[in-house]
Design a binder for this molecule. Structure first.
Ligand code: NAD
Ligand code: LMR
Length: 339
């Protein structure tokens, strides 16, 4: 009898989950660059995401293999892999497209050094999304994010299908790092140590708003300076440690899945889903900066509401002052390329 009860329990869990997810909206998600360092673990994490009902994996190499592998994980979603010449098929009926395609940094490089290679990769993928699945939400991971997001916007604009509510640069890794590094310093639980990070995604354009957190406010002086530097240059730590083999992939896959999951909750009608993301934004548009990351409420149409950055300290004013001109240059470079 005990065995039977145990068997019943193991059956009850997945069917309960199937029931709740079939009651929810069906969502087809594509990963472009699914064979890569980020793409593979991101595909795995998305296979485990109950709001994803179908997973479409594309890369110029390796995606069918990744798809066959991931498809054996016993969750409800269907997984299909697409070869290099099957981009259009991969995008058919897709509502959310996550893009980690492109080359990563090696030691000594800045993210902007990736521009020459990644700008055209992202432009071409965005053009395909605009053609095949023009109402899809596009989540950009490929660096330099400060430039690739404006490139996607301009490409969709040219095709006449740009909706700013459906384009996101994923800056979640900066938030993840800020939470982890601050929690380590003050010995708190990272899950209970949220930090808002605004601006862009590279060096000085990354602006952590530690003064908005009770834990963060307590960090001052040299400790504060070091913490800010670590949040802004956390990517370099990984690039250095990987010693030529690439940049953050696993923590990025985690961050990418976390953001995708937040968007899916919003699309699904959940209220109060707010997270920083790099979007077309009115906040600094009067200074010629029309993309900016600040806390954004996600809803059934994507961007529901762009929140202002809120009250900031004198130190953060300085960080923001350093961020804006660099961010402006990065955005303009992307726009110039797309034009
Ligand atoms: P990787 O080289 O391991 O993987 C990239 C994948 O993209 C490869 O499998 C490659 O075949 C594929 N690819 C190249 N051109 C393509 C195309 N036209 N269509 C489809 N796929 C294509 O690199 P990675 O470590 O996964 O990093 C990918 C990108 O993500 C880099 O630009 C990196 O800088 C960026 N990144 C961003 C963040 C962030 O916070 N936003 C964090 C980490 C890395
Ligand atoms: C990161 O922040 O880890 C990524 O943008 C990759 C990089 O180049 O540092």
């Amino acid at each position: 009898a005990m065995l039977a009860r145990a068997a019943l329990r193991t059956v009850a869990t997945p069917s309960a989950r199937l029931f709740s997810s079939s009651a929810a909206r069906q969502t087809k998600v594509a990963v472009l660059g699914a064979g890569g360092g980020i793409g593979q673990p991101l595909s795995l994490l998305l296979k485990n995401e109950p709001l994803v009902t179908s997973l479409s994996l594309y890369d110029i190499r390796g995606a069918p293999g990744v798809a066959a592998d991931v498809s054996h994980v016993d969750t409800g979603s269907e997984v299909t892999g697409y070869a290099a010449d099957q981009l259009d098929q991969a995008l058919e009926g897709v509502e959310v497209v996550v893009i980690p395609a492109g080359v990563p940094r090696k030691p000594g490089m800045t993210r902007d050094d990736l521009f020459n290679t990644n700008a055209s990769i992202v432009r071409d993928l965005a053009a395909a999304v605009g053609r095949v699945s023009p109402s899809a939400h596009i989540l950009v991971i490929s660096n330099p994010v400060n430039s690739t997001v404006p490139i996607v916007a301009a490409t969709l604009e040219k095709a006449g299908v740009f909706d700013p509510r459906r384009l996101f640069g994923i800056t979640t890794l900066d938030v993840v790092r800020a939470q982890r590094f601050l929690a380590g310093l003050v010995e708190s639980d990272p899950a209970k140590t949220p930090v808002t990070v605004v601006g862009g995604h590279s060096g000085a354009t990354i602006v952590p708003l530690l003064s908005q957190s009770a834990y963060g406010k307590a960090v001052t002086g040299e400790k504060y300076e070091k913490l800010v530097h670590r949040i802004q240059f956390g990517g370099d730590e990984v690039v250095k440690a990987k010693d030529g083999a690439g940049s953050a992939t696993l923590s990025m896959a985690y961050a990418g899945a976390r953001f995708t999951s937040a968007l899916l909750k919003g699309l699904n009608g959940e209220k109060g889903v707010v997270t920083p993301t790099f979007v077309k934004s009115p906040l600094f548009a009067d200074q010629g900066i029309d993309f900016f990351s600040s806390p954004v409420e996600l809803g059934p149409n994507g961007v529901e509401k762009i929140h202002p950055i809120g009250p900031i300290s004198a130190e953060e004013e300085k960080l923001l002052k350093a961020c804006l001109p660099e961010l402006k240059k990065n955005i303009e470079k992307g726009k110039a390329f797309a034009a």
